[in-house]
Design a binder for this molecule. Structure first.
Ligand code: SAH
Ligand code: SF4
Ligand code: F3S
Length: 450
């Protein structure tokens, strides 16, 4: 009999993308095959996100669209996993509303996917496992090293170093759906990284909701700086980066450590969320704007080439025009290379959802526009400063818009596109030197150095 084929649709952040990669490997090592498209899949897996209402709606819309597949091919196994399913009461609600769903697994039980698929196929009974079970086998322990020798890992990869979050920012659902912080052991992380590098990976991004908490929960005494030192020693690795850093926990020792490591890129994603100290307090972020600006100054003193990006959250309950002005003033001073801007979305079960003075949609949207009008020219100006520089680029492949061009990422993780060499000497996976000749708000363009 031919092997059954699976298709994974992923919503949400890098964590979810990484989990999907691991689920993919897990299913391969369980004897399933990857489908080229959803039409030929016997098993459809929807990895969901619920950080904002829009993310949840997208996942729900997609799940709804699978109904006709189940009707025409009733043997199809439809699995919903990821953060959305882990919310209180959500799995039961979903099972009632979307009767075509076969298996619902929360974020703690993802490693049991093959066993639940088999159970459903054996008896056709829907399966739900959304227990908060900290004893379950960690997803990344299992399949990270799986896959036949021909499985292509690409040239850059992400490796999870810590699961969960202990911070409980007042607006955020993540600690509720991802549970408390759990660090993977340094040995296990190094093993996965070495494996990926042995398969051609050159750049690794370490992932965690707060990488700076790494190691606090482990019996052996270690921390994030020690992990970076250890991984920097992997010979075949060319670049190491990480996200996300919580500004409160980004200490001087970490800055000093990075300064001594040649592979760690001076690229930092440091979400600030707001420039108003009053709002930052209500958000439970644990720092104020003065602390954050001092941290930026320290980082830039040690790394004049630092690329710093941030997240901004607009329309938090009670955010006044004055608070918002403070955020605008703040971003002018902080001069981020890029800022990801989000409109506050009320997440049930979080403290902010119960706060008075929820802000109207129209006001939030208007503030978002005004924020981008200030940030975009800053991003553009910083990119323009790079024109004339020679930068080392990890080539990712042909540019989507123009196949005569190659696209890659520089040290700061910015996209740079440049004409492909006519003799095709530079290809995907190569490190190449590129002279920057042009700048846009979100990316750079250039020419290969000869
Ligand atoms: N752990 C990371 C990222 C968490 S989620 C951190 O602490 O920064 C990524 C971003 O989503 C956050 O930085 C925040 O800006 C945004 N976000 C989180 N909850 C949100 C909500 N309820 N509404 C809108 N945006 C939210
Ligand atoms: Fe959410 Fe805050 Fe944790 Fe980030 S640090 S995941 S924003 S609770
Ligand atoms: Fe979404 Fe879960 Fe990531 S809620 S942002 S997929 S941790």
């Amino acid at each position: 009999m031919n092997a059954l084929k699976f298709y994974i649709q992923t919503f949400g952040c890098q964590m979810n993308e990484n989990d999907s990669r691991l689920l993919h490997n897990l299913l391969l090592s369980s004897g399933y095959q990857a489908a080229d498209d959803i039409e030929e899949a016997d098993i459809i897996i929807v990895n969901t996100c619920c950080v904002r209402h829009t993310a949840e709606n997208r996942a729900l819309g997609f799940i709804g669209s699978l109904k006709h597949i189940k009707e025409t091919k009733p043997e199809t196994v439809i699995v919903v996993c990821g953060c959305m399913t882990q919310q209180n009461g959500e799995a039961e609600w979903l099972m009632k509303r979307a009767r075509h769903v076969s298996v619902i697994i929360g974020t703690f039980a993802a490693s049991r996917l093959p066993q639940y698929i088999a159970a459903y196929r054996a008896n056709g009974k829907p399966v739900i496992d959304v227990a908060e079970n900290y004893d379950n086998e960690n997803l990344s322990n299992l399949p990270a090293l799986a896959g036949g020798p021909d499985l292509h890992y690409g040239f850059k990869a992400q490796v999870n170093i810590i699961y969960g979050c202990n911070n409980f920012c007042s607006y955020c659902i993540v600690p509720y759906v991802r549970g408390r912080e759990r660090s993977r052991s340094p040995q296990e992380i190094e093993e996965e990284l070495r494996f990926l590098c042995s398969r051609g990976v050159k750049e690794v991004q370490l992932l965690g909701q707060n990488v700076n908490s790494y190691g606090k929960d482990l019996a052996e005494k270690t921390d994030f700086a020690a992990l970076l030192r250890r991984l920097n020693g992997v010979d075949s690795l060319r670049r190491l980066r990480f996200m996300t850093s919580h500004p409160r926990d980004f200490g001087d020792d970490l800055i000093e450590t990075i300064a001594g490591l040649d592979k760690v890129c001076h690229q930092f994603h440091l979400p600030v969320q707001s420039g108003s100290d009053r709002i930052l307090r209500l958000m439970n972020r644990g720092y104020d704007s003065g602390y954050y600006l001092d941290l930026l100054a320290k980082i830039r003193r040690v790394f004049p080439d630092a690329v710093i990006t941030s997240d901004l959250l607009l329309g938090f309950p009670g955010e006044t025009e004055e608070d918002f002005q403070q955020t605008l003033d703040f971003i002018k001073e902080a001069r981020f290379d890029a800022a990801y801007t989000f409109i506050y979305s009320r997440r049930s079960g979080t403290p902010a959802a119960e706060m008075p003075q929820q802000i109207e949609d129209g006001v939030k949207k208007e503030r978002l526009q005004r924020l981008m009008d200030v940030q975009n020219p800053i991003s553009l100006r910083l990119n323009q400063k790079a024109v004339g520089e020679k930068q080392e680029v990890l080539v990712e492949g042909r540019s989507k818009n123009n196949p005569a061009y190659l696209s890659g990422r520089n040290y700061g993780n910015k996209i740079i596109v440049f004409p492909a060499a006519s003799d095709a000497t530079v290809q995907a996976g190569d490190m190449a030197w590129v002279q920057v000749t042009g700048a846009q708000t979100w990316n750079l363009s250039g020419e290969l150095c000869r």
